[in-house]
Design a protein around this ligand. Structure first.
Ligand SMILES: Nc1nc2c(c(=O)[nH]1)N[C@H]1C(S)=C(S)[C@@H](COP(=O)(O)O)O[C@H]1N2
Ligand SMILES: [Mo]
Length: 505
């Protein structure tokens, strides 16, 4: 069959060859990564990208994309790589050797990302090498097919059909590899574990039964916000899971699942908030947690004088620095293994997470917990503190209006306004609202579930026609109002009044 030189192939066709070959490589690599889930090139590179993200950028991403931030990152990484693939396809017109070299460089970057994972997998090399082999094979094949042209229609048509057939096959490898690789990893559900039966202390009925639209007193685990750096939810087997406690202690030890379950357990209603939560935002929830007191574990280890921090580590290498006092004082921080009466969901830290009442998640709520190291703030830094977030992260007192919704229209007359408010460690004394910057008026509070829990509130508003501004504030049990200064989340949490606008018709 007659051929043309590579540089006679239309540029667009060469670019398409590069895109298809790259897609095939990524898809095959993702499928191969069923053997080493975090080492799939797309996953490894995206994970490294998250790790290299400074605090303000993380905050921007969370606020712009919410909990879809990871999807945006992965899709972005795929698109950028396919773009580079197009360039490699064009490079192949001049020199196949140079194109292959570019492929190798990209795969070396992916391999470096996979090897840098703090929890490096045994077969971390496999997905990258599969990616390289498939991408190189596909680029060679497609380029050769694109170079083939027949002298007359008949043969030329054949050559074109050959390319098309190969292109479809290569594209298919990319798409199907990616879909199967993803689908098969989704299919292994959470491990079923037997937990000792314990009657749940019943909480009072929340105001959500009276006022539609206000947050439930207890947030169901399935709708609890999720924030973490894990692109793939770590899957931990309780039979091999262990929590080790060491560092500045007299008796370092480690404890397995059954031993932990046999320890004295406490059930506590506790709210949790992400430091990235904006005023009025949704990165907050409240639940009943059950687990072992961190103070019991630390007592057993025997903390040495001079320590002021516990650095806890997740199975995926993520770290959290918690002030030692917060893990030993009367707030009763937990190594928790139940949420709302059931085992933790994988996305919320199964089998075991840290839960420190009154502290933002990044300084007290390590999911997939495997290690607690007693140390000092001077000696060690944790994942987000290295990236510009504060060392100590007490949750700022705050409040939010949930009904009516910001920007909605309501009928004039009696309108129920309601929401949630919190003042961890001290407790909610009062929640007040004001209309159009008038006088603050007291609202009616929902059930009191303790100082580490949020409190629902409602208020009957006699709404006059027109556009109105509503604001809310919490006053803690000691009489201190929440900070009204407008601050963005970085470095230690947002503050300011939640303010909404409502049209009364
Ligand atoms: N292993 C691990 N634990 C983690 C994180 C993480 O990225 N990895 N993020 C923390 C942050 S920033 C928050 S706000 C809470 C969120 O817990 P949730 O997803 O169960 O709501 O988990 C904390 N624990
Ligand atoms: Mo967070």
């Amino acid at each position: 069959m007659a051929t043309r030189r590579a540089d006679e192939v239309p540029r667009g066709r060469s670019a398409l060859n590069g895109i298809l070959a790259t897609a095939a490589g990524l898809g095959a690599g993702h499928l191969a990564a069923l053997m080493a889930p975090s080492s799939s090139p797309v996953v490894a590179v995206s994970t490294r990208a998250i790790d290299l993200t400074p605090g303000p950028v993380k905050d921007w991403a969370v606020n712009t994309f919410g909990t879809a931030d990871k999807t945006v990152l992965v899709v972005g990484a795929i698109l950028v790589t396919l773009g580079l693939g197009a360039l490699i396809g064009v490079v192949a017109r001049r020199s196949m050797r140079a194109a292959m070299f570019c492929d190798v460089v990209l795969v070396v970057i992916a391999l470096a990302a996979a090897s840098a994972e703090s929890a490096r997998e045994t077969l971390w090399l496999v997905p990258g090498l599969v990616t390289l082999a498939v991408a190189a094979w596909a680029l060679l094949g497609l380029t050769r097919a694109a170079e083939s042209v027949g002298p007359a229609h008949a043969e030329g048509g054949l050559a074109r059909r050959d390319w098309l057939r190969l292109a479809l096959a290569v594209g298919g490898v990319g798409v199907l590899g990616g879909l199967f690789g993803q689908g098969l990893r989704r299919s292994d559900g959470p491990q079923a574990v037997a937990l000792p039966a314990r009657p749940l202390p019943t909480l009072p009925t929340g105001l959500e039964t009276k006022v539609p639209g206000i947050s439930a007193l207890v947030t169901p685990a399935s709708s609890f916000y999720r924030i973490d750096t894990a692109l793939i939810i770590p899957s931990v087997d309780v039979s091999s899971w262990r929590l080790s406690i060491g560092g500045m202690v007299d008796h370092p030890f480690s404890i397995g699942w059954n031993e932990l379950l046999a320890m004295d357990a406490v059930e506590r209603p506790v709210m949790l908030e992400c430091v990235s939560n904006e005023v009025g935002g949704n990165l907050i929830g409240a639940a009943q947690w059950l687990g072992v007191r961190t103070s019991d574990l630390l007592k057993r280890a025997g903390v040495q004088p001079g320590a002021d921090m516990v650095l806890s580590t997740s199975v995926d290498g993520f770290t959290v620095s918690t002030p030692l006092t917060a893990l030993t004082d009367e707030r009763e921080a937990l190594v928790a293994y139940e949420m709302n009466g059931a085992a933790l969901l994988p996305e919320h830290g199964f089998p075991v997470r840290l839960l420190t009442p009154g502290l933002y998640g990044f300084v007290g709520a390590t999911k997939w917990l495997v290690r607690m190291e007693v140390t000092t703030f001077a000696a060690q830094q944790a994942y987000w503190t290295v990236r510009g977030w504060s060392d100590h992260g007490p949750i700022k007192p705050g409040s939010r209006i949930e009904v009516p919704r910001d920007g909605s229209t309501v009928k004039q007359g009696r309108v129920t306004v309601g929401g949630t408010a919190w003042a961890p460690g001290v407790g909610v004394g009062k929640v007040q609202v004001r209309v159009d910057r008038g006088a603050w008026v007291d609202t009616t509070l929902g059930p009191d579930v303790g100082v580490e829990y949020w409190r629902q509130w409602i208020w009957a508003w006699d709404a006059a026609p027109g556009r109105h501004e509503l604001q809310v504030r919490v006053i803690d049990e000691k009489g201190k109002p929440q900070d009204q200064t407008v601050a963005s989340p970085v470095p230690n949490g947002a503050s300011g009044l939640h303010t909404i606008t409502v049209d009364v018709g």
